[in-house]
Ligand binder design. Sequence first.
Ligand code: GLY
Ligand code: MN
Ligand code: MN
Length: 440
Amino acid sequence: MAAMIPVKEFAARRRRLMDMMVRDGIAILPAAPERVRNRDVLHPFRQDSDFHYLSGFDEPDAVLVIIPGREHGESVLFCKEKDPARELWDGFLAGPEGAIEQFGVDDAFPIADIDDILPGMIEGRSRVYYPLGRDQSFDQRVMDWVKIIRSKVRSGSNPPGEFVALEHLLHDLRLIKSAAEVRVMAKAAEISCEAHVRAMKRARHGGYEYNLEAELIHTFMSHGARSTAYPSIVGGGANACILHYIENDAPLKEGDLVLIDAGCEYECYASDITRTFPVSGRFSAEQKALYEVVLAAQYAAIDAVHPDNHWNRPHEAALEVLVQGLVELGILQDITVDQAIEEEAYRPYFMHRTGHWLGMDVHDVGDYKIGGAWRQLEPGMALTVEPGLYIAPDNTAVDEKWRGIGIRIEDDVVVTKDGCRVLTNGVPKEIDDIEALMAG
Ligand code: GLY
Ligand code: MN
Ligand code: MN
């Protein structure tokens, strides 16, 4: 199937990056390394997000170089050569010529020749942009290339004087999603919604958390989303109070809620959804009371996702509703809502933020503050909205009836010019709708 992001968009991204670089700069970006899982088995390869963003090229052993104004082509890719014998074992390689034809780079060379060719490209460039400090061995290689140029200064060669983290420029580009990116994210979200619906329908007393994880993976894979965006969290009962619970091996019990936080990755874009629902299909009175607080907080936060607001406004809106609920239910006692917010008395029950940027990485790149102030939301920014309440099973400060209940509701949204678009409405979150779905 054709990729959803057209080749010309990758070229446009490189062009925009070049516009942000100094005219005599050079950007160097390595592909992700392959990683050993055990002995001769590798982890499934996932391209580095920055590298994919600029190239769409999903092989390891590659380096992308961007050289504004270079006569023989500004976007240069070093990659593996075609090798029919090896391809028979390990699969298709584009090769340098294929990289030009299929991925639209201007020029390409075998990766084996990079040490001979790249120093000459760096020579005469004043500033080198690269992922400084991300990978020690790559830092070392960049310095080795520079040393080759330095060793020739007496013959008039001109080594660069400045090294700058490429991420400063690139991550600002990645933060604002294009229409094509939003379409991919909506696709990932749609698949993940279907997976959550399937898991809800199949939850039952006597099953295990991993049975629901299997249902999620089934739907992801069935739609060609071959990986999750992060390890799925399936927490029954009090396991929902462990924020990054991934053991997923406990039995599901009648009377408990189960929290599923899971999303697939599609064409390198993440989705990230949480739903919390009763194993039995019916919420108890206490579960319902807490759930309604979290849901109201989530709606308040989604309402606050608007270009008139800064990044933290949805969090503040959610917090207000959550704390109000905790006070009304008597979980927070002898304290006013304002005091509880001021003193962070809610922290034992709500200890994370209401969301994060979402994109190629589940916790996507982009600054949350600029010059110390919360960043203004802008159309094209994608984020999650995910308030929760977690009453630890051993918290003796609260009435026993609340203990061991953990609830989070998480949706993915994209900022639009007059508010936001929710990408994950395909899985219910209203109590009546969940109960109806599970009864059906
Ligand atoms: N699943 C990770 C998160 O919700 O942030
Ligand atoms: Mn999540
Ligand atoms: Mn999230």
